[in-house]
Design a protein around this ligand. Structure first.
Ligand code: S6P
Ligand code: ZN
Length: 187
């Protein structure tokens, strides 16, 4: 990855693009294996068209030490057996902090340090802060796409295995009065 000059980066919300742009990523249901509590419902959703659950567009700032890359994640609204659609979730291997800024829609930021779970509700304008050592997952709690900006240390890395192994403490389900939380293991 090459260094980039000082620049302005434009987010076009209706087109869903950043310019200049960096890598983009699309995560479908099939990419979320082992994350939903109801495995059969997950399998059925994969067989049933394998919908896009979220996408991530990035600026060209490289993911290397001392840089500050940014990306915008958009999670589609939906549930799988009552569990709200979400990102895979990860831990930064070298325990570095990160910030999110809510852009549109309604979401939540679930954080887990291996012992405690915290939930931060995210609406447009909310800055969510993830201290070093807190794994994080984003959840769409509304009925429209939920988008947020992430700014993170370029050397932070993404450990997805940590979440597969330790979970996130709680799961976010769609309840009659909004979000309902259940224990991660028992569901
Ligand atoms: C990166 C930051 C976000 C996520 C994105 C997708 O540190 O936290 O850009 O990568 O929201 O989530 P995930 O868990 O699939 O990487
Ligand atoms: Zn992160």
């Amino acid at each position: 990855a090459l260094p980039v000059p000082p620049m302005s980066i434009r987010f076009d919300q209706s087109a869903g693009t950043l310019s200049p742009e960096g890598p983009t990523l699309t995560r479908r249901m099939s990419d979320l294996e082992g994350l939903f509590r109801d495995h059969a419902a997950w399998q059925k959703a994969v067989a049933d068209g394998d919908p896009v659950v979220y996408s991530v567009i990035s600026s060209p700032v490289p993911e290397i030490d001392r840089e500050l890359p940014q990306s915008i994640t958009t999670i589609q609204p939906g549930t799988t057996a009552g569990e709200l659609w979400m990102t895979k979730g990860h831990q930064h291997p070298n325990h570095q902090g990160e910030i999110y800024l809510g852009i549109s829609g309604r979401g939540g930021l679930l954080m887990f340090d291996g012992t405690e779970t915290r939930w931060v509700e995210m609406t447009p304008g909310t800055i969510g802060y993830m201290p070093p050592g807190w794994a994080h997952r984003s959840v769409n709690i509304g009925d429209e796409p939920y988008s947020f900006l992430a700014v993170y240390p370029g050397g932070a890395g993404h450990d997805y295995g940590w979440v597969l192994e330790h979970g996130m403490g709680l799961r976010a389900l769609s309840g009659t009065d909004g979000v309902e939380f259940v224990d991660y293991v028992e569901g």
